[in-house]
Write a protein that binds this ligand. Structure first.
Ligand code: BG6
Length: 537
C-alpha cells in the first residue's frame, strides 16, 4: 500500500506519514477530486530550461498550486547549464505558464506565492561541484522551508544523460533510500524518469541497470503520460466499477479491438530525434501498449501499484513476440508524403529539417497482436498510430460479435453493423456505444444509433493535465500510474523482433501515405484480410 500523507495534516505543518488506502475518503476535503496533499518536499528539475519544463512541468506545478494541492513548504529548484538568476528563472516559468497552462491568465496572487518557492542553480551535469552545491542548497532549503529531507528529482534531460546524473546524485549524497538506504538522510528520495526509456530491449535493460545501481525500484517513477490521462484512468473504473461491462469483456462477446493513436501534427521540429526513433518506439512501445494492458488486464486484487502493474505485466507477457514472417504479415509501416492537414500544406517527412532525404523511418505503424490468454485467445488487437493523419484522435474501439441469429435480416432488414463501444481517450473525451435501432415507421428498417457519454457535458470540471496527476502521485508515493522495469522490458521484448525485421528490410516494405489521409492502403488491407475495417473516429 502506498504511504500517503494524511490530507490536511500538511496544511497544519505536521507531516504525518501513515498508510492509508488510496481510495480512503478524506472527511476534510470531501467532494474534491484530488483529496491527497503530499508531504513537504523539494522538487529538483534537472534540465530546467528545456522544452518539457516549459510546456508541461511549469504549467502542471502552477495548476497544482492553484488547485491547493501543494503543501506550503513545497519548493522547486531548477538545475541546468544556463547561467540564470532566480529572478530570471522565475520569469521564464511565468512566461511558460502564460503560454501553456490550461488555466489562464496567470493569477497574480497565486503566482506570487508560487514564485517565492522557486530557486535556480546553474550546473554542468558531469560536474561534481555543481552537485555538491546542490546538496548544500537542499540542506538549507530543508532548514529554512521545512521540506523535511524529502526530494523529488525530475530528469527532464535526454536519456543519454540519465546514468551520469543519477551517479552524480548518489556521489553527492543526495539519494536516500525508499524510505532510508542512507542513515545520514531523513526523508524520501524519488526520481521521475522521462521517456524514451531505451531504444530497444538491450538499451532499456542497460538503463534500468544503471539507474537501479543508485535507486531502488520503488523510488523510480518512469513516466508514460498516457497513464495520467483521466480517460485512461477511467478505463479501469468503467470496467471494474460497473457490473455491466466486465462480464462481456472477453473472447465470447468481443470480436476484435482497435487501438488508435492518431495525430495530425507532424514531427514538430524534432527531426533528429524522430528520425532515430519512429512511430513504433515513440508511441507503440509505451502509450499504445499501456492502453492495451489497461484495457485487457484481469481485475487487480487491490487498486494499488504492485497489483495493477502485476496485472498489466501479465497481459504483456501473453502477447506473443512475432517471428520475422509474422512481422511481414501482421505489421504495416508507413511514412507521410506531401499533403494537407486541417487546411495547411504539409511537406513530405523526408524534407523535414534533420531528416535523411532517403529516410526509411516510419511515421505510421499498424500491428495485429494476439494476446494468448484464456480471456483473449482468438481476439485480434489492431494497433495503429501515425503522424500527419486526417484527425487527432486516440481511442479504443471494441467491436462485439454479431447476434447469433440474423433474425431481422430474414424479415427483410438490411444487414446490421456490429455493436461498437468506442472509448475516446482524446480529444472529445467520452464513451460511445453504437447499436442498431428500428427506424420509426412501417416496415422493418434498422439503423445504427449512438449512446454517447461526454466528459465535457457530464462533469462541470476541467480534467487536470496528465503531468499534474503524475507529479502529485509521485510526491504522494503512489506509483500506480508509472511503468515498472519489468513491464517496460517486456514491451521491448514484443517490439524488438518487429524493429529488427523492419530495419533489416525483411519485415515488409515502407508504404507511403498522403499527409492528411488515414495512413497507407496496406493498413486497410491488414484488416480487410480478416474481413474487418478500421473505424474512423
Ligand atoms: C509523446 C511523443 O510521448 O506523445 C510525441 O513523443 C507525441 O511524438 C505525444 O506527439 C502525444 O501526446 P498527446 O498527449 O498529445 O497525445
Amino acid at each position: 500500500m502506498a504511504t500517503k500523507a494524511v490530507p490536511g495534516a500538511a496544511a497544519t505543518g505536521e507531516p504525518t506519514d501513515v498508510a492509508t488506502p488510496a481510495t480512503a475518503p478524506n472527511p476534510l476535503r470531501k467532494g474534491l477530486r484530488l483529496e491527497r496533499i503530499p508531504e513537504p518536499c523539494t522538487m529538483v528539475i534537472i534540465g530546467a530550461t528545456g522544452d518539457l519544463t516549459e510546456r508541461k512541468l511549469a504549467p502542471a506545478l502552477y495548476n497544482l498550486m492553484l488547485g491547493g494541492f501543494l503543501p506550503p513548504e513545497f519548493t522547486v529548484v531548477g538545475f541546468a547549464r544556463r547561467d540564470l538568476s532566480d529572478v530570471a528563472f522565475r520569469e521564464r516559468l511565468h512566461a511558460s505558464v502564460g503560454d501553456h497552462s490550461r488555466n489562464r491568465p496567470v493569477k497574480a496572487s497565486i503566482w506570487a506565492s508560487f514564485a517565492r518557492s522557486v530557486e535556480y542553480q546553474r550546473g554542468e551535469f558531469h560536474d561534481p561541484n555543481a552537485f555538491a552545491e546542490l546538496t548544500k542548497r537542499l540542506a538549507r532549503i530543508d532548514r529554512d522551508r521545512g521540506t523535511a529531507g524529502n526530494r523529488l528529482f525530475y530528469l527532464a534531460v535526454p536519456p543519454v544523460l540519465h546514468p551520469e546524473i543519477v551517479r552524480q546524485l548518489a556521489a553527492a549524497g543526495l539519494v536516500a533510500s525508499g524510505e532510508a538506504r542512507d542513515a545520514r538522510h531523513k526523508g524520501w528520495t524519488r526520481v521521475i524518469v522521462e521517456k524514451p526509456f531505451g531504444s530497444d530491449l538491450a538499451s532499456a535493460r542497460q538503463l534500468n541497470r544503471e539507474i537501479s545501481e543508485v535507486f531502488n525500484e520503488d523510488q523510480i517513477y518512469r513516466i508514460d503520460h498516457y497513464l495520467g490521462k483521466e480517460t485512461v484512468q477511467n478505463l479501469a473504473v468503467f470496467r471494474f466499477g460497473n457490473g455491466l461491462f466486465e462480464p462481456i469483456w472477453n473472447r465470447r462477446y468481443i470480436d476484435s479491438v482497435q487501438i488508435t493513436v492518431a495525430e495530425t501534427v507532424g514531427i514538430e521540429g524534432r527531426g533528429e530525434f524522430y528520425d532515430q526513433t519512429g512511430a513504433l518506439r515513440d508511441i507503440v512501445q509505451n502509450h499504445a501498449l499501456q492502453l492495451l494492458a489497461v484495457f485487457a488486464m484481469e481485475p487487480p486484487i487491490e487498486f494499488q501499484a504492485s497489483d495493477l502493474r502485476d496485472e498489466k505485466l501479465k497481459v504483456l507477457r501473453a502477447v506473443k513476440p512475432m517471428t520475422q514472417r509474422e512481422v511481414a504479415l501482421s505489421t504495416v509501416r508507413g511514412q507521410y508524403q506531401a499533403g494537407w492537414v486541417a487546411g495547411e500544406q504539409v511537406s513530405p517527412y523526408r524534407e523535414e529539417p534533420e531528416v535523411a532525404p532517403d529516410s526509411q523511418r516510419e511515421t505510421y505503424a499498424a500491428l495485429k497482436l494476439a494476446i494468448q490468454s484464456w480471456r483473449w485467445a482468438g481476439v485480434p488487437f489492431y494497433l495503429r498510430t501515425g503522424k500527419a493523419l486526417a484527425t487527432r484522435a486516440t481511442e479504443i474501439a471494441v467491436q462485439f460479435k454479431q447476434a447469433p441469429l440474423a433474425l431481422f435480416e430474414r424479415a427483410g432488414a438490411s444487414s446490421l453493423d456490429p455493436n461498437v463501444l468506442a472509448i475516446r481517450i482524446q480529444p472529445d473525451e467520452g464513451i460511445l456505444l453504437r447499436f442498431g435501432a428500428k427506424v420509426p415507421g412501417p416496415g422493418l428498417q434498422i439503423r445504427g444509433v449512438n449512446m454517447d457519454f461526454r466528459y465535457g457535458s457530464s462533469f462541470a470540471v476541467d480534467s487536470p493535465d496528465a503531468y499534474e496527476t503524475l507529479i502529485l502521485d509521485c510526491m504522494i508515493g503512489d506509483a500506480s500510474l508509472f511503468t515498472r522495469a519489468d513491464e517496460l522490458e517486456r514491451a521491448w521484448e514484443i517490439l524488438d523482433p518487429i524493429l529488427t525485421a523492419w530495419e533489416s528490410g525483411e519485415g515488409g516494405e515502407l508504404h507511403f501515405y498522403e499527409a492528411g489521409s488515414w495512413g497507407p492502403a496496406a493498413a486497410d488491407e491488414l484488416l480487410e484480410r480478416d474481413g474487418r475495417t478500421w473505424r474512423h473516429p
